[in-house]
Design a protein around this ligand. Structure first.
Ligand code: URA
Length: 244
Protein backbone atom coordinates (compact mmCIF):
# COMPACT_ATOMS: atom_id res chain seq x y z
CA UNK A 1 0.00 0.00 0.00
CA UNK A 2 1.24 3.51 -0.83
CA UNK A 3 2.60 5.41 2.16
CA UNK A 4 0.45 8.40 3.16
CA UNK A 5 2.61 11.54 3.11
CA UNK A 6 2.66 13.75 6.18
CA UNK A 7 3.48 17.43 6.48
CA UNK A 8 3.80 20.16 9.08
CA UNK A 9 0.65 22.26 8.96
CA UNK A 10 2.53 25.53 8.37
CA UNK A 11 4.57 24.02 5.54
CA UNK A 12 1.50 22.46 3.93
CA UNK A 13 -0.57 25.66 4.03
CA UNK A 14 2.32 27.76 2.81
CA UNK A 15 2.86 25.37 -0.14
CA UNK A 16 -0.85 25.78 -0.94
CA UNK A 17 -0.48 29.55 -1.25
CA UNK A 18 -2.19 30.59 1.99
CA UNK A 19 0.78 32.67 3.17
CA UNK A 20 4.17 32.40 4.83
CA UNK A 21 4.79 29.97 7.65
CA UNK A 22 4.87 32.83 10.19
CA UNK A 23 1.56 34.12 8.83
CA UNK A 24 0.11 30.64 9.30
CA UNK A 25 1.35 30.58 12.92
CA UNK A 26 -0.38 33.93 13.56
CA UNK A 27 -3.58 32.75 11.87
CA UNK A 28 -3.63 29.59 14.00
CA UNK A 29 -3.16 31.60 17.22
CA UNK A 30 -6.12 33.76 16.19
CA UNK A 31 -8.29 30.61 15.81
CA UNK A 32 -8.30 30.75 12.01
CA UNK A 33 -7.32 27.09 11.45
CA UNK A 34 -9.48 24.14 12.49
CA UNK A 35 -9.01 20.41 12.04
CA UNK A 36 -11.96 18.09 12.68
CA UNK A 37 -13.87 21.11 14.06
CA UNK A 38 -11.27 21.85 16.78
CA UNK A 39 -8.91 24.82 16.76
CA UNK A 40 -5.46 23.83 15.56
CA UNK A 41 -3.06 26.06 17.48
CA UNK A 42 0.32 24.41 16.87
CA UNK A 43 1.25 24.72 13.21
CA UNK A 44 4.40 22.65 13.71
CA UNK A 45 2.12 19.60 14.13
CA UNK A 46 2.57 16.96 11.39
CA UNK A 47 -0.62 15.69 9.81
CA UNK A 48 -1.30 13.07 7.13
CA UNK A 49 -1.98 14.78 3.80
CA UNK A 50 -4.95 12.79 2.57
CA UNK A 51 -7.36 13.77 -0.23
CA UNK A 52 -10.19 14.14 2.34
CA UNK A 53 -8.33 16.91 4.22
CA UNK A 54 -10.51 19.65 2.61
CA UNK A 55 -13.56 18.08 4.31
CA UNK A 56 -11.80 18.14 7.72
CA UNK A 57 -9.83 21.35 7.73
CA UNK A 58 -11.03 24.95 7.55
CA UNK A 59 -9.00 28.08 7.01
CA UNK A 60 -10.74 31.29 8.07
CA UNK A 61 -14.03 29.38 8.12
CA UNK A 62 -13.64 28.01 4.59
CA UNK A 63 -12.88 24.46 3.46
CA UNK A 64 -9.21 23.86 2.71
CA UNK A 65 -8.34 23.94 -1.00
CA UNK A 66 -7.69 20.58 -2.71
CA UNK A 67 -4.37 19.05 -1.68
CA UNK A 68 -1.66 18.30 -4.27
CA UNK A 69 -2.62 15.98 -7.11
CA UNK A 70 -5.51 17.99 -8.49
CA UNK A 71 -6.72 18.10 -12.08
CA UNK A 72 -8.82 21.03 -13.23
CA UNK A 73 -10.98 21.03 -16.34
CA UNK A 74 -11.51 24.55 -17.73
CA UNK A 75 -13.63 25.71 -20.65
CA UNK A 76 -11.00 28.09 -22.00
CA UNK A 77 -12.47 31.38 -23.17
CA UNK A 78 -11.42 33.13 -26.36
CA UNK A 79 -8.50 35.56 -26.05
CA UNK A 80 -6.79 34.08 -23.00
CA UNK A 81 -3.31 32.60 -23.22
CA UNK A 82 -1.79 29.47 -21.69
CA UNK A 83 1.78 30.76 -21.66
CA UNK A 84 3.34 33.57 -19.61
CA UNK A 85 5.50 34.37 -22.67
CA UNK A 86 2.58 35.34 -24.92
CA UNK A 87 1.36 38.31 -22.84
CA UNK A 88 -2.27 39.22 -22.25
CA UNK A 89 -4.73 37.62 -19.84
CA UNK A 90 -3.68 34.16 -18.68
CA UNK A 91 -5.92 31.15 -18.10
CA UNK A 92 -4.39 30.95 -14.60
CA UNK A 93 -6.09 34.29 -13.76
CA UNK A 94 -9.44 32.47 -13.81
CA UNK A 95 -8.45 30.26 -10.84
CA UNK A 96 -8.29 31.45 -7.21
CA UNK A 97 -5.38 33.93 -6.85
CA UNK A 98 -3.55 31.96 -4.13
CA UNK A 99 -3.33 28.94 -6.45
CA UNK A 100 -0.65 30.87 -8.37
CA UNK A 101 1.55 30.54 -5.29
CA UNK A 102 1.13 26.78 -4.95
CA UNK A 103 4.16 24.47 -4.90
CA UNK A 104 4.13 22.22 -6.89
CA UNK A 105 2.84 24.77 -9.39
CA UNK A 106 -0.27 24.30 -11.48
CA UNK A 107 0.45 24.05 -15.24
CA UNK A 108 -1.69 23.53 -18.29
CA UNK A 109 -1.58 20.03 -19.78
CA UNK A 110 -0.54 21.03 -23.29
CA UNK A 111 -1.72 24.35 -24.65
CA UNK A 112 -4.50 25.93 -26.64
CA UNK A 113 -3.88 29.02 -28.78
CA UNK A 114 -5.15 32.38 -27.63
CA UNK A 115 -7.91 32.15 -30.25
CA UNK A 116 -8.89 28.54 -29.43
CA UNK A 117 -11.64 27.76 -26.93
CA UNK A 118 -12.73 24.64 -25.07
CA UNK A 119 -11.44 21.78 -23.00
CA UNK A 120 -8.20 22.62 -21.22
CA UNK A 121 -6.75 20.64 -18.32
CA UNK A 122 -4.48 22.03 -15.64
CA UNK A 123 -2.68 20.07 -12.96
CA UNK A 124 0.01 20.15 -10.29
CA UNK A 125 0.73 16.47 -10.98
CA UNK A 126 3.83 16.35 -13.21
CA UNK A 127 3.59 12.60 -13.84
CA UNK A 128 0.02 12.87 -15.06
CA UNK A 129 0.93 15.85 -17.26
CA UNK A 130 3.66 13.84 -18.97
CA UNK A 131 1.43 10.81 -19.40
CA UNK A 132 -1.25 12.90 -21.15
CA UNK A 133 1.10 14.73 -23.51
CA UNK A 134 3.40 11.77 -24.21
CA UNK A 135 3.20 10.90 -27.94
CA UNK A 136 3.48 7.23 -26.93
CA UNK A 137 0.06 7.34 -25.26
CA UNK A 138 -1.72 8.54 -28.45
CA UNK A 139 -4.32 10.48 -26.43
CA UNK A 140 -6.86 11.68 -29.00
CA UNK A 141 -7.74 15.39 -29.03
CA UNK A 142 -10.92 16.32 -30.87
CA UNK A 143 -11.44 19.82 -32.25
CA UNK A 144 -14.45 21.44 -33.90
CA UNK A 145 -13.18 23.69 -36.69
CA UNK A 146 -15.25 26.30 -38.51
CA UNK A 147 -13.69 27.06 -41.85
CA UNK A 148 -13.52 30.07 -44.12
CA UNK A 149 -14.11 28.01 -47.29
CA UNK A 150 -16.12 24.86 -48.06
CA UNK A 151 -14.32 21.53 -47.63
CA UNK A 152 -13.47 19.99 -51.01
CA UNK A 153 -13.90 16.36 -49.93
CA UNK A 154 -10.24 15.35 -50.15
CA UNK A 155 -9.23 16.45 -46.63
CA UNK A 156 -10.33 13.28 -44.80
CA UNK A 157 -8.15 10.99 -46.91
CA UNK A 158 -5.22 13.38 -46.81
CA UNK A 159 -5.29 13.61 -42.99
CA UNK A 160 -5.86 9.84 -42.56
CA UNK A 161 -2.85 8.86 -44.68
CA UNK A 162 -0.20 9.86 -42.15
CA UNK A 163 2.21 11.40 -44.64
CA UNK A 164 1.16 15.03 -44.53
CA UNK A 165 4.09 17.32 -43.77
CA UNK A 166 3.33 20.70 -42.25
CA UNK A 167 5.10 23.71 -43.70
CA UNK A 168 8.64 23.97 -42.33
CA UNK A 169 8.62 20.43 -40.89
CA UNK A 170 10.16 17.23 -42.22
CA UNK A 171 8.46 14.62 -40.00
CA UNK A 172 5.05 13.66 -41.37
CA UNK A 173 2.01 13.96 -39.13
CA UNK A 174 0.49 10.85 -37.59
CA UNK A 175 -2.83 9.83 -39.17
CA UNK A 176 -5.77 11.97 -38.04
CA UNK A 177 -9.53 11.48 -38.34
CA UNK A 178 -11.87 13.97 -39.98
CA UNK A 179 -15.64 13.94 -39.52
CA UNK A 180 -17.44 16.37 -41.78
CA UNK A 181 -20.28 18.23 -40.05
CA UNK A 182 -21.22 20.62 -42.84
CA UNK A 183 -19.60 22.28 -45.86
CA UNK A 184 -17.61 24.59 -43.59
CA UNK A 185 -17.47 22.69 -40.30
CA UNK A 186 -15.63 19.52 -39.24
CA UNK A 187 -14.46 17.56 -36.24
CA UNK A 188 -10.76 16.71 -36.42
CA UNK A 189 -9.13 14.21 -34.03
CA UNK A 190 -5.35 14.25 -33.71
CA UNK A 191 -2.98 12.38 -31.41
CA UNK A 192 -0.08 14.83 -31.56
CA UNK A 193 0.24 18.34 -30.19
CA UNK A 194 2.33 20.22 -32.70
CA UNK A 195 2.40 24.02 -32.77
CA UNK A 196 -0.91 25.37 -34.22
CA UNK A 197 -1.41 21.87 -35.60
CA UNK A 198 -5.08 21.98 -36.57
CA UNK A 199 -4.88 25.45 -38.13
CA UNK A 200 -1.79 24.40 -40.10
CA UNK A 201 -3.40 21.14 -41.26
CA UNK A 202 -6.32 23.02 -42.80
CA UNK A 203 -3.93 25.67 -44.14
CA UNK A 204 -2.13 22.81 -45.96
CA UNK A 205 -5.41 22.14 -47.81
CA UNK A 206 -5.76 25.81 -48.84
CA UNK A 207 -8.39 26.52 -46.20
CA UNK A 208 -8.42 28.73 -43.13
CA UNK A 209 -9.73 27.96 -39.63
CA UNK A 210 -11.96 30.79 -38.43
CA UNK A 211 -13.05 29.23 -35.13
CA UNK A 212 -11.45 26.38 -33.20
CA UNK A 213 -12.89 24.66 -30.15
CA UNK A 214 -11.58 21.55 -28.34
CA UNK A 215 -14.42 19.24 -27.36
CA UNK A 216 -12.72 16.06 -26.20
CA UNK A 217 -9.49 14.72 -24.78
CA UNK A 218 -9.37 10.90 -24.93
CA UNK A 219 -12.72 9.76 -23.53
CA UNK A 220 -13.24 12.98 -21.57
CA UNK A 221 -15.66 15.57 -23.00
CA UNK A 222 -16.29 19.18 -22.11
CA UNK A 223 -19.43 18.98 -19.92
CA UNK A 224 -22.55 20.18 -21.67
CA UNK A 225 -23.64 23.63 -20.52
CA UNK A 226 -20.23 24.55 -19.08
CA UNK A 227 -19.83 28.23 -19.98
CA UNK A 228 -16.50 29.70 -21.16
CA UNK A 229 -14.41 30.54 -18.09
CA UNK A 230 -16.09 27.92 -15.91
CA UNK A 231 -13.97 25.16 -14.38
CA UNK A 232 -14.27 22.12 -12.13
CA UNK A 233 -12.02 19.63 -10.38
CA UNK A 234 -11.96 16.16 -11.93
CA UNK A 235 -12.62 12.97 -9.97
CA UNK A 236 -10.32 9.94 -10.33
CA UNK A 237 -12.95 8.32 -12.58
CA UNK A 238 -13.00 11.37 -14.88
CA UNK A 239 -9.19 11.46 -14.99
CA UNK A 240 -9.18 7.79 -16.02
CA UNK A 241 -11.43 8.68 -18.99
CA UNK A 242 -8.56 10.65 -20.56
CA UNK A 243 -6.77 7.38 -21.29
CA UNK A 244 -9.76 5.49 -22.66
N1 URA B 1 -4.32 23.17 -33.02
C1 URA B 1 -4.29 24.51 -33.20
O1 URA B 1 -4.07 24.97 -34.32
N2 URA B 1 -4.54 25.29 -32.15
C2 URA B 1 -4.80 24.83 -30.92
O2 URA B 1 -5.03 25.62 -29.98
C3 URA B 1 -4.83 23.45 -30.73
C4 URA B 1 -4.57 22.63 -31.80
Amino acid sequence: MAKIPTSRVDRLLSSMGYGSRSEMARLAKAGGITLDAADLLDVSKRIPVTPDLPTRMEIDGEALDPVAGMVILLNKPLGMTCSHKEGGALVYDILPARWRRRDPAISTIGRLDKQTTGLLLLTDDGDLLHRVISPKRHVKKTYRAKLARPLDGTEGDLFALGDLRLEGETKPLAPAELEVVSETEALLSVTEGRYHQVRRMFAATGNHVEELHRERLGGLSLPEGMAPGQWKLLSDEEIALIFQ
